[in-house]
Design a protein around this ligand. Sequence first.
Ligand code: GDP
Ligand code: MG
Length: 189
Amino acid sequence: MALRVAIVGRPNVGKSTLFNALRDVAGGGARPRRAPAPAARITSPVARTTRDAATAPARLGPLRFEVVDTAGVERDGVDVDGQRGAHAGLAAAMRARTAECVRRADVALLLLDGAVGATGDDDAVGRWLRRRAGDVPRVVAFNKCEDGRDVSGADREVAARHADVGPLLVSATHGDGLPDLLDALRGFG
Ligand code: GDP
Ligand code: MG
């Protein structure tokens, strides 16, 4: 049974872009991609047609696995923990589907936006994931970290609270950090 990796995160962090990048590297290994594909062509059709999770065979270098682009974790006014609180809520149906994806995964990859840093919504998703993941290990990564973009120590600390491994710095569009992702995933393969 292939290692199954579920990508989880708030909207717009680049889950679908990473999903497609990992699919695209089949046979190509963990080399940086030479040119980013047009975002509208990669992400929009997926977002419109699959509110549920999409699963695809993926490959990073020698590692073959299955990658899951989860339904998403979005606001709907329902608190993330099912309790009253300041943090964003999640659309209930999508939250339930995402939880199912995480339970069926071998690794949950919590994705944040490195260009924005760790937000309150990320924190809410991270806490939700901790409760839902059970024994499924969590890796956290900041996406959009191409061209040497770094994140602050504070952002790293927030991210690290929500995972067993990371934070990694990756770029779904440029391929930066994918060798580090490979190393992290290999630990679970
Ligand atoms: P999702 O909602 O988490 O699935 O996010 P998408 O994959 O739809 O991406 C949201 C936006 O972020 C799109 O405009 C992408 O082109 C952009 N994006 C995704 N990955 C990267 C990246 O590595 N670097 C940069 N600069 N933009 C990215
Ligand atoms: Mg998406």
